[in-house]
Write a protein that binds this ligand. Structure first.
Ligand code: FE2
Ligand code: FE2
Length: 266
């Protein structure tokens, strides 16, 4: 089914949490491992603007629907960051931009060549780049839905879980856009399928890997996807990706778990 970009733009709004009783966190605080995962997720959401910056120099931004979507998408992801920062703040953890900027510098985000390289790559493969970008985005958004749903289930906290479910709901709209775009573009071009398969199998890493320390990536992956229920969720992401044209048999999420020594117990 085609994604209605106009309807999406009209109905896009910040994720609300004013009606949730955040004071509960004072008497029923979240455990350390959950706060650590939330911190990671908050950083990823706040960094969306950097992914957007890099993509604005590629052919993707010339596509009307893609650029319209990405404008609203960027705002929604930022609001997710705000909501998670508010939860962390209730636990005395302040997420501020200067700190994020410092970690970006340390991990190479300040590399001025980054966007340039992306641009060169984008222009070399032209339209097919957009197919890769949309497929990559779909994999990331499927991961986001799974991560938020999984954490909501693991915690079952009266204030956190409803918030995470609301965020996951918005992530499903992001999935709908990226996956429908990816499907349509991959169907049209065998070269796009080949490039996308190559990019996903050789270069895809869990969302946040480029901005976080390896220990943090491992923590989040283990927290959310270890054990039978977690692995089932990870395999669901993989099976969604594998249904995209030309992507059958890919298991990039499970491979990422194995690579980090996460206990799959299955
Ligand atoms: Fe998000
Ligand atoms: Fe998203």
């Amino acid at each position: 089914m085609a994604f209605d970009i106009d309807n999406y733009a009209e109905t896009s709004e910040g994720v609300g949490w004013e009606d949730l009783d955040f004071e509960i966190f004072r008497t029923d605080p979240l455990p350390e491992n959950t706060l650590r995962s939330l911190r990671y997720m908050c950083d990823v959401e706040y960094h969306t603007v950097c992914y957007l910056r890099d993509l604005l120099v590629t052919p993707s931004h010339k596509e009307r629907d893609v650029s319209a979507f990405m404008t609203m998408w960027n705002r929604e992801e930022f609001w997710h960051g705000e909501a998670l920062a508010a939860v962390l703040q209730m636990h005395g953890i302040t997420v501020d931009f200067d700190e994020l900027k410092a970690s970006r510098l340390k991990l190479g985000w300040a590399d001025k060549l980054g966007p340039l390289k992306q641009s060169l790559l984008g222009n070399i493969v032209g339209d097919d780049f957009v197919a890769v970008h949309m497929s990559w985005g779909a994999a990331n958004e499927w991961s986001a839905v799974a991560a938020y749903r999984r954490l909501a289930a693991l915690e079952a906290h009266p204030a956190l879980s409803p918030l995470l479910k609301r965020i996951a709901q918005q992530e499903t709209r992001h999935v709908a856009f990226y996956a429908s775009q990816a499907r349509a573009r991959l169907e049209k071009s065998k070269m796009a399928q080949k490039l996308t398969r190559l990019a996903l199998s050789k270069a895809w890493e869990p969302v946040g890997s480029s901005i976080s320390e390896p220990a943090e990536v491992k923590h989040v992956m283990g927290h959310l996807f270890a054990g039978q229920d977690g692995v089932n969720e990870a395999r669901r992401i993989d099976s969604n990706i594998a249904k995209l044209p030309g992507m059958d048999g890919l298991t990039i999420v499970e491979s990422a778990l194995r690579k980090r020594g996460i206990d799959l117990a299955a």
